[in-house]
Design a protein around this ligand. Structure first.
Ligand SMILES: [Zn+2]
Length: 380
């Protein structure tokens, strides 16, 4: 049955429009004046809330006690269902640097869920975070499993891998970048990298177009040695930001939006299994993680992903910067869709696109999440 949402603030591009209803089935069918809503449509009154394009998370490892690396179809589906409560309608299931066997199993389970359906937020494919990274900036990745880049893994799973985080400076990095760009549409992202500014700029020329959690696990910005951060800020690449106010100081949020432009930044969670769970001891990539005061850390003190919800990240950006919701919504919708090349189907509330819709109040609390026209989550 066709549905419509009305009595809300519709986010269309960077404009916020009132007095209109959005009509949809699996896809968005029409945007009409509220008094034009006809019979035979399931009408949903959102009571003044924002009606936004569904959120897309390009970098998430787990949630609700489960991890993508569990390599289990049911657990992946549980993650998909749970994160819909945070407004997420689609995401890249993100792997870690572990044994090749574990990574292959995780990728097989992602493939299976894509065929079977996620029963929650849609899995758009996999983000391979490692094992082709630099041990000097391993972050919370287990260095015993770091290996030089090779095409074998990519060839076997090129139907589901959408994004790869690599350290471009490692041996074989240049050839790998060339081959991936020649053979596939996979997005290459620099991260967990010890590259110099010059090496990073060269990698961008070769085809790297994205940056994995800007500032975290990469050579920092120094005015005489600008590193990967300097290359990310001064070239055309898009940048992920973990806006939990722990990974990057919120004093930089406004600067980043201005420096990169609103069309080049994307919010991600990098959330691990402890997301949505009480604080305590968990695991990430086979290593114990201690969650306390909203921070996830290894025993060494290294940050180990986050416990951030995507709507909380958006709220942090919103409260720390002077931008309005309409301007900022692209950071969790259109921009990630564009990065993956799926902006003709997702990322904005345009007629013909998938009916992926997130409804939230003025405090960015999620009221309802709709994926391809099906209600995935509804607040009580
Ligand atoms: Zn990660």
């Amino acid at each position: 049955m066709r549905k419509c949402l009305y009595n809300g603030k519709l986010i269309l591009g960077d404009q916020i429009v009132e007095g209109k209803a959005i009509v949809f089935s699996e896809t968005i069918e029409a945007i009409i004046d509220e008094h034009e809503i006809g019979e035979g449509i399931d009408k949903i009154d959102v009571q003044g809330a924002y009606i936004s394009p569904g959120f897309i998370d390009l970098h998430i490892h787990g949630y609700g006690g489960y991890d993508v690396m569990d390599g289990d179809v049911t657990k992946l589906q549980t993650i998909s269902k749970a994160i819909a409560a945070n407004g997420v309608t689609s995401f890249l299931a993100t792997t870690m640097t572990m044994s090749m066997e574990d990574i292959q199993q995780a990728l097989r389970s992602i493939r299976e869920v894509q065929q079977e359906g996620s029963k929650g937020a849609e899995i758009l494919g996999a983000h391979l975070e490692g094992p082709f990274i630099n041990p000097a900036y391993k972050g919370a990745q287990d260095d015993q499993y770091i290996i030089p880049p090779n095409m074998e893994l990519v060839d076997d799973f090129k139907d589901i891998i959408r994004l790869i985080t690599i350290a471009p400076e490692v041996e074989g990095g240049t050839d790998f970048i060339k081959e991936v760009k020649e053979k596939t549409n996979i997005v290459l992202s620099m991260g967990h990298s010890n590259a110099t500014f010059e090496e990073a700029v060269e990698a961008v020329k070769q085809g790297v177009s994205h940056t994995t959690h800007l500032f975290n696990a990469m050579t920092p910005l120094h005015h005489r040695n600008p590193g990967v951060v300097g290359a990310a800020l001064t070239t055309d690449v898009t940048c992920e930001l973990i806006a939990d106010k722990v990974h990057v100081h919120p004093g930089l949020f406004s600067f980043l939006l201005k420096a990169k432009g609103l069309d080049k930044m994307v919010l991600v969670t990098d959330c691990m299994a402890a997301g949505g769970m009480p604080e305590g001891e968990y695991e990430l990539g086979g290593q114990p993680v201690f969650v306390k005061d909203g921070q996830a850390r290894l025993a060494s003190g290294s940050l180990a992903g986050s416990v951030l919800n995507l709507n909380q990240g958006l709220r942090n950006m919103y409260t720390e910067t002077g931008f309005n919701i309409g301007e900022m919504i692209s950071l969790v919708s259109y921009n990630p869709a564009k990065i993956l090349g799926i902006e003709s189907k997702k990322g904005s509330l345009d007629i013909g696109k998938d009916a992926d819709i997130t409804v939230f109040d003025s405090d960015i609390k999620i009221q309802m999440t709709i994926g391809k026209g099906t209600i995935l989550y509804e607040a009580e």
